[in-house]
Design a protein around this ligand. Structure first.
Ligand code: PRP
Ligand code: URA
Length: 209
């Protein structure tokens, strides 16, 4: 069974609290998501593999530990997942970025795919699938299905707010995928929105409502 990591760092909790406030502006919302992406990314990359490299400092020859050049892929689920990419890229500028376009059908709440483009060497990378919200778990499960079909093996999922229903669904469908979250909320409402949540993450990021 996959592991769940809840990042209860005070900075992350404070910024998530600001995101939840309905009066937070689009500009502030976008900046906060970016900052939380960076803070969560720092923790979520804790066990990335290092390799030994031989270098010369101005003083002596020595071996040091460095990330391998081809370690990471970041895969945002469009659209809202895009908000978490820049923070992660600030940490790992050489990461490649794949994209998966999914939206939830408003009637059925089931994910509909409209775009998918992955790095060619996705099978060799640690893949961070990012999306601010894990509600029913349908979008995350479908995105990870697509990534696995294209060869991805080493996958983790990172989101800001998760509902218990979404965690259960994702663990059932992908027991090999660890889940990093900033907050576990109470439940889903009848429209499959997370309660208390923060509303529609994509609309709040891009000011479309
Ligand atoms: C939101 C969110 C997730 C999905 C979560 O996207 O960003 O992708 O819903 O819901 P689920 O766990 O029930 O599948 P949405 O479909 O609203 O698309 P958008 O990012 O384009 O706004
Ligand atoms: N998608 C969102 O953006 N918010 C929710 O609460 C649920 C799904």
């Amino acid at each position: 069974m996959s592991k769940i990591f809840v990042f209860d760092h005070p900075l992350i909790q404070h910024k998530v609290a600001m995101l939840r406030d309905k009066d937070t502006s689009t500009k502030d919302f976008r900046e906060l998501v970016n900052e939380i992406g960076l803070l969560m990314g720092y923790e979520a990359t804790r066990d990335l593999p290092l390799e030994e490299k031989y270098i010369e400092t101005p003083i002596a020859k020595t071996t040091v530990k460095m990330l391998s050049g081809e370690t990471v892929a970041i895969v945002p689920i469009l659209r809202a997942g895009l908000g978490l990419v820049d923070g992660m890229l600030a940490l790992i500028p050489n990461a490649k970025v794949g994209h998966i376009g999914l939206y939830r059908d408003p009637e059925t709440h089931k994910p509909v795919e409209y775009y998918c483009k992955m790095p060619a060497d996705i099978d060799k990378r640690r893949i961070f699938v990012v999306d601010p919200m894990l509600a029913t778990g349908g979008s995350a499960s479908a995105a990870i299905d697509f990534i696995k079909q294209r060869g991805g093996k080493d996958i983790v999922f990172m989101c800001l707010i998760a509902a218990p229903e979404g965690i259960e669904e994702l663990q059932k469908n992908h027991p090999d995928v660890d889940i990093f979250i900033a907050a576990k909320d109470d439940h889903l409402n009848s429209d499959a929105y997370i309660v208390p949540g923060l509303g529609d993450a994509g609309d709040r990021l891009y000011g479309t409502k």
